[in-house]
Design a protein around this ligand. Structure first.
Ligand code: NAP
Length: 291
């Protein structure tokens, strides 16, 4: 089914996605489907912004009366000094993925990735509280995942190729969650996770299109069947890691839920309304298929 183009009126409230490039973003399809489902006179537009023009673009949100914007690669860090306020969560993750324009044009930067990740676990009926959770990666996505797990009372164990980067991530988050038992290991130790680990999360690009044959889990090692395995990569929807997990009889969670729920959290910030998550999920599936 083709996506319907929203009708733009003189009163239409605008939001959009600032990135470079943004042509392949699924967010316009997700948000415009939500606006239409609720009958809102809002529209979500792609805003391709070159890195050297980011400051002008952010100032432009104010001047053009935008309600807010999503922020994506490569601007998630660079946008921070351009805003009036950063939420503690975004501060902790060192990245902003959502800007809300408040009274008098005040720009507030937030990060909704961690909320999106937790909501995707909740959809699958997984509660991290008190459980050991292995996270592969120490980049931006991993930061959101580890923050979320710590916030929810889990015990994150971070495996990364560059162990120093994982140590830095954990050091930053220990300052915010002093009672959480974090651990850091080199990626080679991943195969040693045992019965005490309940969740395995891939937060590296391994397995992402077009390198779909990649997986952080070694081919020659059986994947423990008691695990819940989540891949935050959502293209393809079923990554090689998720195939390995399904083959082993483990429970799987795709990255689509995190993507849609982070968008749903941004929708809440901009509109103050409860987003139609099912509609957003369906629009995302459709947009991925149409590719
Ligand atoms: P990033 O900041 O560049 O971090 C990449 C991480 O992956 C680093 O820890 C890096 O290790 C590791 N890595 C990269 N290539 C590797 C390899 N060949 N072998 C082992 N480790 C490798 O990336 P990111 O922004 O966190 O994104 C990671 C993935 O998550 C992307 O596919 C992105 O699309 C996805 N994501 C999805 C969502 C969602 O909503 N579902 C949200 C955010 C991100 P080193 O530290 O050693 O370099």
């Amino acid at each position: 089914m083709a996506t319907t183009v929203p009708v733009i009126s003189g009163e239409t409230r605008l939001v959009g996605i600032i990135g470079w490039p943004v042509a392949h973003s699924l967010s316009p399809a997700i948000h415009n489907a939500a606006f239409q489902a609720l009958g809102l006179d809002w529209a979500y537009v792609p805003l391709p912004v070159r890195p050297e023009r980011l400051a002008e673009a952010i100032e432009g949100l104010r001047a053009l009366g935008f309600a807010g914007a999503s922020v994506t690669i490569p601007h998630k860090q660079a946008v921070m000094p351009l805003l009036d306020q950063i939420t503690p969560a975004a501060q902790a993750m060192g990245a902003v993925n959502t800007v809300a324009v408040r009274e008098a044009g005040r720009l507030v930067g937030d990060n909704t990735d961690w909320v999106g990740f937790l909501a995707s676990l909740e959809d699958a009926g997984f509660d991290p509280a008190g459980k050991r959770c292995a996270v592969i990666g120490a980049g931006g996505g991993a930061r959101a995942v580890v923050y979320a797990l710590a916030w929810a009372g889990g015990h994150p164990v971070v495996f990364n190729r560059t162990v120093e980067r994982a140590a830095r991530l954990v050091e930053d988050l220990r300052a915010i969650f002093p009672h959480v038992a974090f651990q850091v290991h080199p990626l080679e130790r991943l195969g040693q996770i045992g019965q005490e680990t309940a969740l395995l999360v891939n937060a590296t690009p391994l397995g992402m299109w077009p390198q779909i044959d990649g997986s952080p889990w070694p081919d020659d090692l059986p994947l423990p069947s008691h695990l819940t395995v989540c891949d935050i990569v959502y293209n393809p929807l079923e990554t090689k890691l998720l195939r390995q997990a399904r083959g082993a009889g483990a429970t799987t969670i795709s990255g689509l839920g995190m993507l849609v729920h982070q968008g749903a959290a941004a929708f809440r910030l901009w509109t103050g309304l409860e987003p139609p998550v099912d509609v957003m999920m369906e629009a995302c599936h459709r947009a991925l298929k149409e590719g």
